[in-house]
Design a protein around this ligand. Structure first.
Ligand code: ADP
Ligand code: MG
Length: 468
């Protein structure tokens, strides 16, 4: 695509923002996107925008916007993206009226600051359950969402997730301990054991290639030394009361000795699992076998699912055993939980969602614009209109006459019914009564980052050079 001027860049931005338009809200649609070459179904704005098959500097700005919101907040990416798109759409109208971009940018910045100040006056304390429910939104079905909400630990830092396919979602559970993909090294091992646990990471000690060998004699001696070392280690572990051994590298000889010693041995073939194993068992990774620091727990090999389940009442972590019938549902659910984890890190200061917050901001800014006057007034008014896109699109995605819903909501809000928003079943409903709340910091972050991206694009005159 050859782009010649600012209006072209703005159009690219609007087009990109519109890719997520139909996914906003509880009645949002899903999209199919390619992730690492595989198709996935998702309703998650960040996932869609980040994986758009478009290479263009404007697309990169939108990807940055989505990633930034995801990193800082965990949720609200669709809102931020759509708002940025709408700011561009409205800026276009102003540019066509020959209003200078600098005036628009100034007006947008003034409006943003006032919107943020006003946000603080709207906030109230939110209930954890309601915050979680709004964040899950449409990404998973309500019964599953409710079940998961009840499972999530109060200290979200403790949470790990293990996904299990082909299983009943409502039987997902939370355990004190850890579960990960793995298996015992052979069928002669016990499938269950309880007791002391050793987590070995002995690569340099078990690997024979690390030694300098100069003659056949030396080689033979070294081999028999190594063999002894492995046999002794297996015996020492047994004598120390160890029942279960986790270790990081496969070594048939060592595995034989472990089997002979009657231990349950499991290869940890992804190093990222080590942290969970140690936190669940309170073990420390042993790199030097002269110093054994052991952990404790009961370990089950779940053969059908090829999972290792570690349980321990003193575990420092909790694992959500997340079950669903298909991989697609599992992954979408995990993305939703990651959003929830992000949001639960924030304070409990919330505002009412379903478009109620946006209507309040918009009404306030329209009054504020009159006070400011001057050239910027019209840009502030357009900023206020842009934010109405959120309730409008929410209504549109419910299949309502969106303009009608927006007009009704404006009338109600002007009359002082400030918590009314879009209700997917009755057109208009009280977000407060329905428990639709979102963190105020989610909204503030979205206002900030959407305004920044829109302004950056408005400031752009030319893009030079070929993009590699
Ligand atoms: P985002 O990526 O911006 O979080 P979502 O698809 O999760 O996008 O939609 C968020 C929007 O949906 C917010 O405006 C939120 O208030 C609204 N919303 C969430 N739950 C409900 C509900 N039960 N009724 C009406 N609106 C809701
Ligand atoms: Mg959301």
């Amino acid at each position: 695509m050859e782009l010649k001027n600012k209006l072209d860049y703005i159009d690219v931005g609007i087009t990109i923002a519109n890719t997520v338009r139909s996914t906003l809200g509880v009645r949002g649609m899903n999209k199919m996107v390619m992730l690492d070459g595989k198709p996935i179904l998702t309703n998650d704005g960040a996932t869609i925008i980040k994986n758009l098959p478009i290479t263009h500097p404007i697309a990169d700005m939108f990807k940055g916007l989505a990633e930034g919101q995801e990193r800082a907040i965990g949720d609200g990416t669709t809102t931020a993206t759509l708002f940025a798109g709408q700011l561009l759409e409205n800026a276009k109208t102003l540019l066509n009226k020959k209003i200078h971009p600098i005036i628009i940018i100034n007006g947008y910045n003034i409006a943003k600051q006032e919107a943020i100040n006003f946000s603080h006056t709207l906030k109230t304390r939110g209930e954890r359950k309601e915050i979680i429910k709004t964040t899950f939104g449409s990404k998973i079905n309500p019964a599953f969402a409710e079940h998961l909400t009840n499972l999530l630990p109060s200290n979200i830092e403790r949470l790990r997730i293990c996904k299990v396919e082909n299983k009943e979602p409502l039987e997902s559970k939370l355990i004190k301990g850890y579960m990960f993909d793995g298996y015992t090294i052979n069928d002669r091992m016990p499938e269950f054991a309880q007791g002391h646990i050793a987590v070995l990471d002995l690569q340099s000690n078990l690997e024979f290639a690390k030694f300098q060998i100069t003659s056949t004699d030396e080689l033979n001696k070294m081999e028999s030394n190594l063999k002894e070392f492995k046999r002794n280690l297996a015996n020492r572990l047994k004598e120390a009361g160890v029942k279960i051994v986790f270790y990081t590298d496969t070594n048939p000889q060592f595995e034989n000795f472990l089997t002979e010693a009657g231990l349950m041995a499991i290869v940890v073939y992804k190093r990222e699992y080590l942290d969970g194993i140690c936190k669940a068992t309170l073990a420390q990774v042993i790199a030097d076998p002269t110093n054994l620091t052991l952990g404790y727990g009961s370990v089950n090999y779940l053969k059908n699912d090829q999972k290792i389940l570690i349980e321990n009442d003193s575990s420092e972590i909790d694992t959500l055993i997340l079950q669903a019938p298909t991989k697609q549902v599992l992954e979408e659910t995990e993305r939703a939980i990651v959003d929830v984890m992000g949001v639960l890190h924030l304070t409990n200061d919330v505002v009412y969602g379903a478009g109620a917050f946006e209507l309040q901001i918009s009404l306030h800014l329209k009054e504020f614009a009159k006070k400011i006057g001057g050239k910027e007034q019209i840009a502030i008014e357009k900023y206020a209109e842009s934010i109405e896109a959120i309730p409008l699109i929410l209504a549109e995605n419910c299949g309502f006459d969106a303009m009608e819903v927006l007009t009704l909501l404006k009338t109600q809000h002007t009359a002082g019914n400030i918590t009314l928003g879009v209700d997917p079943y009755r057109m208009i409903g009280d977000a407060k009564e329905r428990g639709v709340v979102e963190p105020v910091s989610l909204k503030i972050n979205a206002l900030n980052s959407a305004t920044e991206v829109a302004n950056l694009i408005l400031k752009l005159d030319d893009i030079y050079g070929e993009r590699k």
